[in-house]
Design a protein around this ligand. Sequence first.
Ligand code: G
Ligand code: G
Ligand code: MN
Ligand code: NA
Length: 250
Amino acid sequence: TQLEVDLRRAFQENELEMYYQPLMEVKTGKIKGYESLLRWRRGENDVLLPAEFIEIAEDTGLIVPLGEWIIRTAIAEAATWPDHITVAINLSPTQMKNPSLISTVINALATNALDPARVEFEITESVLLEESEINIKTLHVLRDLGVKIALDDFGTGFSSLNYLRAFPFDKIKIDKCFVTELETRADCRAIIRAVMCLANDLGMRTTAEGIENQNQINILKAQGCDEMQGFLFSRPISGKLLPRKDETAQ
Ligand code: G
Ligand code: G
Ligand code: MN
Ligand code: NA
C-alpha cells in the first residue's frame, strides 16, 4: 500500500522520532523515568501517531528493523539522562518473536554502558496470547539481562488473570480507559482498586496511565498507586527537550 511505501521511506530518511513521556513516582512526586513513544514527523506541523501506522509496520515486518532502531535510540537517549532515570520501551508481538531481539538489547546496553536496571520493556497481553511458550522464554531471557518487564494496557483486550501467572511482571500498567472514567464510575474505581490489591500481593508495581486531572491523582494516591503517567504531568515530548546528565550534575 501507499502507506507502507511512505513509511519505509520515512524510516530510511529519518522522519521517525522517539518522544518521551514522564512516569511520575507517587511517593516522591518526582520523575522516575520516561516511556519512549514513536512519532512520524511529516513536515513541520504534521506529526503522525503510532495508531496511524504501527499496524502496517507490524503486518509488513517493518516493525523488526524499526523496533531495533527504537531500542537502540531509546537506550542511547537514556544513557544521556541523569543516572536514576529509567526508560520504558514498547515491544510488539512480532518483535518478541524475532530471534535477534536479545542481541539487539545486549548490544545497545553495552554500546551505551547503560545499567540494564534502567530499562523496562512494555508488552501487551497479545504477546502472551500468541506463541506464548516462546514469548515467555524470551521474557525470562530479557529479565535475566537485568531489565524490567511491564504488562501494558492492562484490563483491555483479552485480559485474563491467568496472564499474571504466566510471567512474574515487575509492573502492571492500568489502561487509561479506567482512569478516564474513575471519577464518574464506581465500577472503574472498583476495578482499579482490585488490580492494585492484586499487583501488591503479587509483588508487582502499578502505573496508572492517562492522568488528566488532580482529582484522578487524589483517588489513585488513596488507592496506593506507585506511578502515574498522563497529559496532566506532560504530553510525550521530543528527546531533545529532556535534561542531560551533565546539566543536572552542575
Ligand atoms: O504514543 P501513543 O500513545 O499514541 O501510542 C499508542 C500506542 O502505540 C502505544 O500504546 C503502543 O502500543 C504503540 N507504540 C508507541 N510507540 C511504540 C514503539 O516505540 N514501539 C512499539 N512496538 N509500539 C509503540
Ligand atoms: O503504550 P501505550 O499504548 O499505553 O501508549 C500510551 C499512549 O497513551 C500514548 O499514545 C500516549 O500519547 C497516550 N497518553 C499518555 N497520557 C495520556 C493522557 O493523559 N490522556 C490521553 N488521552 N492519552 C494519553
Ligand atoms: Mn506503553
Ligand atoms: Na498503555
